[in-house]
Design a protein around this ligand. Sequence first.
Ligand code: NAP
Ligand code: GCO
Length: 267
Amino acid sequence: MAFDMSKFSLQGKTALVTGGSYGIGFAIATGFHAAGATIVFNDINQELVDKGLKAYEEAGICAHGYVCDVTDEEAVQKMIAQIEQDVAPVDILVNNAGIIRRIPMTEMESSEFRKVIDVDLVAPFIMAKAVLPGMIQRGHGKIINICSMMSELGRETVSAYAAAKGGLKMLTRNICSEYGCYNIQCNGLGPGYIETPQTAPLRERQADGSRHPFDQFICVKTPANRWGKPEDLMGPALFLASEASDFVNGQILYVDGGILAYFGKQP
Ligand code: NAP
Ligand code: GCO
C-alpha cells in the first residue's frame, strides 16, 4: 500500500501554542505553519504578545496573539471562546508555556514550589479542559504537552520542575486514556537540553571567558555532543500534530540527542 504524504499536512487546522512568543513554542508554531496550519499563540503580557507577533510577521507568518495567563481558568475559557469567534476552533493544542525555578529544595518556599506546579502542570490541565469539549464534539483533536527530561530524571535544585513535568507525563497518559475514544490524541514532547532563554544561565560564559561547567557537562552527556536547538523540535512536533500519528497516543517522544539513552563515558 502507498503512504499518503498529505497525512503530514496541517492544512485547514488551527493550532494554539501557549507561551509561543519565542523559544521552543515559536519554533514548533513555525513548523506547523510550514505544514499549512493557522497559528494562534498566547503569552502572559501584551509586551510578549507584541514581541511574538513581530517575530511571526518577520517569519512571514500572520499569527493571532492573545494575552492570557494560562493558570487563570476563567481567562483561559474566555480566550478559547474568543479564538473560536475570531479565528476558528482549536484543532491542535500545544501546552508549551512553562517556568523553572532552580532552588535547592531545602531553601525553596512552598509558594515557589506551588507556582511552578501551577504553570507547568495545573495550567496544561486547565488548557486541555478548555479545548476537549470542542474536540469531542468535532470528533478529532491533538494535544501535545511539552514535557522534559525531568519527566524521567531528577537533578539538584529542580524539585518543583521535575515534579511538575513528571506529573505532566502522567496527565498526558490520562488524557489519552479518558479521551482516546473520541479520536483525540494526547502525546508529550520531551526536549533534552535546548538553547533557549530558559537554559541561558546554564550556558553563560564564566568570568574568565571559559564555558559554563554545566554547558560542558551536557555536551559530554549527550551522544550528539551538542545542545539542542528549538528547530530540532519542529519535525517531531509536526508528526504528533498530524494525522500521521493518529494511532500514537499517550506517548512521550523524547527529542534529546540521545542523552536519556546514554549511561555516560568513564571519566
Ligand atoms: P521559556 O522561557 O521557558 O518559554 C516559556 C514561555 O511561556 C515564555 O514565553 C513565558 O513567558 C511563557 N509563560 C510562562 N508562564 C506563563 C503563564 N503563566 N501564562 C502564559 N505564558 C507563560 O523557554 P523554552 O525553553 O522555550 O520553554 C518552553 C517549554 O519547553 C517549557 O514548558 C519548558 O519547561 C520546556 N522545556 C524546555 C527545555 C529547554 O532546554 N529549554 C527542555 C525541556 C522542556 P515569560 O517569558 O514571561 O516567562
Ligand atoms: C535544568 C534545565 C532542564 C531543561 C529541560 C531538560 O535546569 O536542568 O532547565 O530542566 O530545561 O527541562 O529536559
